[in-house]
Design a protein around this ligand. Structure first.
Ligand SMILES: Cc1cc2nc3c(=O)[nH]c(=O)nc-3n(C[C@H](O)[C@H](O)[C@H](O)COP(=O)(O)OP(=O)(O)OC[C@H]3O[C@@H](n4cnc5c(N)ncnc54)[C@H](O)[C@@H]3O)c2cc1C
Length: 503
């Protein structure tokens, strides 16, 4: 297995002092003193409560930040970044903190605690261009709020992560987020026309792809999915679509997981590809029903949520085909969400799963792996085996159309020794996905949690290219320095909880 020798980048040089010569304590003191004097406590906070609040994202990894900067404008952000540069203190970009891979967890490197820089207050819709169907947004604008703002103009933004009521568009750009409708619309990268990226010197670079075909290297594409390692996204130009005139949504219950997985195969190879196919297993169904009363069939071992969009006639034909495909694979019940209220309820169930889990267990570890669609049934069977072997309840929520599984491993961290079993389950899920020809992340990104597994996916040469691109785009080495790319790790050393992070 490949081992790369590329390493993190040395802290960059700033103005007067060479920051790499400062010891950590001096650098931290100097940074905080400068930020206090230039921006004050309204923007930079270091209290124990704030530091505790920003210890983690929605993953189970946490670490202590040096402090938290909450700039409201580009000027304030640039001031923060230059102070980091001049003192050599690393920074962790952050938005809503719904990331599930520890990307916004302030782990730091070499004992250097990072400053968390949250862009959540930079949240304006800057310009809506209805005629050309595009919009400039600030990074902190919440995905669902943006959707509500453009809806009256007959427009929609296709990427719809299940976290969209909280996740920001900047976070979506940074993680190249997917969502329920990626099956036909693709991930974030397909919907970002231009990115404004601020570097560690506080300079904004317009990475422009708005005219479609580019004459040079598409650096816009490189910046989507950078997970905060390439600079801070301060603006994005997003592609909008006309809102579809009609929807057709089905809820199908199956007697077994295997039947549901087989029905997915039939749906994706049929004449009319649905726009969304989601699968949930029996545990997920029962938890969601107790929490969101979405109307899922309580006796089913699995449900599929299938949706078509488009003209009324096209949607009706798709729905007929899908009903037939589900019945041919032993569906015990197929219902249609006939109106907007029922459709919203069906999807609310799917999007409420993380909240619903709290009824059963205080903690969960959410894995994100992908397998070829044709291996979905096998992966689900392996998940059941892992669950039995580790004596842990694992429930399955799957973006089934594109083979992206989200097994939730439920646990109570107060139970002696349970964390080791959770880690074993997490690693075995990754190993199974790789054995079945899949990969380690579908949409949640690499962050710090999957970083050491990246060496299992790419060979040394490919990793080296990625390091070189990163160095070229972010030469200071201060932006999320320990995230995404492994340093010297081979396959035997892969860990879900890297040094500097705690569960
Ligand atoms: C219940 C639940 C459901 C989810 N469902 C989905 C789903 O369906 N599809 C999906 O793709 N994801 C999903 N996620 C994961 C998460 O919501 C996405 O990764 C989302 O894009 C993160 O956005 P955020 O604003 O919370 O970013 P954060 O969590 O704050 O940050 C995520 C990463 O992006 C970086 N970052 C954030 N903002 C910037 C910026 N302006 N510039 C540079 N870097 C930045 C951070 O450093 C970090 O590495 C889900 C999460 C939860 C909790």
């Amino acid at each position: 297995m490949a081992t790369t020798t590329s390493g993190p980048i040395a802290p960059g040089t700033g103005d007067a002092v060479d920051p790499s010569r400062l010891d950590i304590a001096t650098a931290e003191r100097s940074l905080l003193a400068r930020l206090a004097s230039e921006l004050g406590p309204e923007v930079v906070r270091t209290g124990a409560l704030t530091r505790a609040t920003y210890r983690r994202d929605a993953s189970f990894l946490n670490a202590e930040p040096l402090g938290v900067a909450l700039p409201r404008t580009r000027d304030e952000l640039a001031t923060v970044l230059r102070a980091c540069r001049d003192t050599g203190v690393p920074f962790t970009p952050r938005a809503a903190g719904t990331g599930l891979a520890g990307g916004a967890t302030p782990t730091g490197v070499g004992g250097r605690r990072p400053l968390v820089i949250s862009v959540a207050r930079m949240d304006r819709l800057i310009e809506l261009d209805v005629e050309n169907r595009r919009a400039w947004v600030e990074p902190g604008l919440v995905n669902a709020r943006f959707g509500r703002a453009i809806a009256p103009h007959g427009l929609r933004f296709a990427p719809d992560p299940a976290s969209q009521i909280a996740a920001t568009l900047g976070g979506n750009v940074a993680t190249n987020a997917g969502g329920i409708h990626v099956l036909t619309y693709g991930v974030m990268s397909q919907h970002v026309l231009a990115v404004e990226l601020m570097d560690a010197d506080g300079v904004v670079h317009l990475l422009d792809g708005r005219l479609g075909e580019l004459d040079g290297i598409d650096v816009r594409a490189l910046s989507v999915g950078g997970e905060g390692t390439l600079g801070i996204v301060v603006g994005a130009l997003l592609r909008l679509l006309p809102a579809p005139p009609a929807f057709g949504t089905l809820l199908a219950g199956f007697p077994t997981l295997e039947d549901a997985a087989a029905a997915v195969g039939a749906l994706v190879t049929g004449d009319r590809l649905p726009d969304a196919i989601e699968l949930m297993d029996a545990t997920a169904i029962s938890l969601v029903e107790g929490y969101a009363q979405a109307g899922y069939p309580p006796d089913a071992s699995a449900v599929l949520l299938v949706e078509f969009e488009g003209t009324p006639a096209g949607v009706a034909a798709g729905v007929e085909d899908a009903v037939a495909a589900c019945m041919a694979h032993h569906a015990i019940e197929v219902t249609r969400a006939e109106d907007a209220e029922r459709r919203a309820r069906v999807w609310k169930g799917r999007k409420a799963i993380a909240g619903a889990i709290a009824q059963r267990m205080p903690d969960f570890f959410l894995q994100d792996v992908v397998v070829p669609r044709s291996r979905l049934g096998e992966m689900l069977t392996r998940t059941v085996e892992i669950s039995r072997r580790e004596r842990l309840e694992i429930l399955n929520v799957v973006h089934a159309g594109d083979g992206n599984l989200h097994p939730f491993v439920l646990f109570d961290r107060r139970e002696e020794g349970v964390l080791d079993r959770v880690m074993n389950a997490g690693r075995d899920l990754i190993a199974s996905a790789l054995e079945l020809g899949g990969t380690i992340t579908g949409e949640h990104g690499v962050g710090v949690e999957k970083r050491d597994f990246v060496g299992l996916v790419f060979d040394e040469a490919t990793l080296d290219v990625q390091w070189r691109v990163r160095r070229a785009m972010e030469p200071s080495g201060l932006a999320n320095p320990d995230k995404v790319l492994p340093t010297t790790v081979g396959c035997g050393e892969a860990r879900l909880v890297p040094e500097g992070a705690w569960v």
